[in-house]
Design a protein around this ligand. Structure first.
Ligand SMILES: [Zn+2]
Length: 246
């Protein structure tokens, strides 16, 4: 990302905030996936189900439609299964659009298109939460997102604790270069400060991309949470615990 866009994002994050003062009774963990590749819905979901956990899947229905089928984005059945199991589908724009170079009108159309396409599959379901593609944030984009969603997740590493910026939730990527020690350290810090740690990843497979991790790595992180009997919730359930308006 060039310096101009970095400054643009920093200013947007400084000017547009939705901070709430809140105190959790106990630490909170969420698992989420961006885009999300087929392996997130299959390997990632099956590991979480083994431990009784559900995740939030931030999806861009357009990238699936435009994708080479061999690459393997999610199937329609997966979306229905996630909802039937008590998981969450969240919005990641329709076309995985760039905030920095798009007009507000095209952003608006893109968000509406993602909702419309989802309703062709799940007629009643409405996205409540959002994650910024590429982590890109602009002033007008953040205002738009704030008007449409309960929360918006960034790609900035950190633990959400008092105050929590609902328009810029921090998260930790479970990515190829992350060490288990680092992931565990974040969990330990979350426990110490009774914060909210949101993990996100992409593909969960042995030959993972730089933005994903292996099933073995993913399971060790999930197990670390389970061994400590941590409260693991979807993003929307986490917001309920924080008493955020619907
Ligand atoms: Zn993405």
């Amino acid at each position: 990302m060039n310096l101009y866009f970095k400054i643009k994002r920093a200013i947007a994050c400084f000017l547009i905030q939705e901070k709430i003062k809140t105190k959790l009774d106990e630490p909170l963990i969420s698992f989420s996936f961006d885009d999300a590749p087929n392996s997130a819905f299959v390997a990632g979901r099956s590991i979480l189900n083994k431990y009784g956990y559900k995740a939030t899947y931030y999806i861009s229905l357009g990238i699936r439609e435009q994708d080479n089928p061999q690459k393997g984005y999610f199937e329609t059945a997966h979306l229905k299964e996630v909802i039937a199991e008590g998981g969450e589908l969240a919005c990641h724009t329709y076309s995985h659009i760039h905030f920095y170079t798009s007009s507000i009108k095209s952003l608006q159309n893109d968000l509406e298109e993602n909702q419309r396409k989802l309703n062709e599959i799940l007629p009643e379901y409405r996205f409540s939460n959002f994650s910024y593609p590429y982590g890109e944030q602009t002033i007008s984009g953040k205002v738009l997102v704030r008007s449409k969603f309960r929360s918006a997740r960034s790609v900035k590493a950190g633990i959400n604790s008092n105050p929590v910026d609902l328009n810029n939730l921090r998260a930790l990527q479970l990515e190829k270069s992350l060490t288990l020690e680092k992931a565990f350290e974040y969990i330990d810090q979350t426990i110490a400060q009774k914060g909210w740690l949101i993990f996100y990843s992409h593909d969960i497979q042995d030959d993972c991309s730089s933005w994903g991790c292996t099933p073995s790595f993913f399971e060790q992180v999930v197990k670390y949470c389970s061994d400590r009997k941590l409260n693991v919730r979807t993003i929307d359930q986490g917001l309920d615990l924080l008493k955020v308006r619907k």
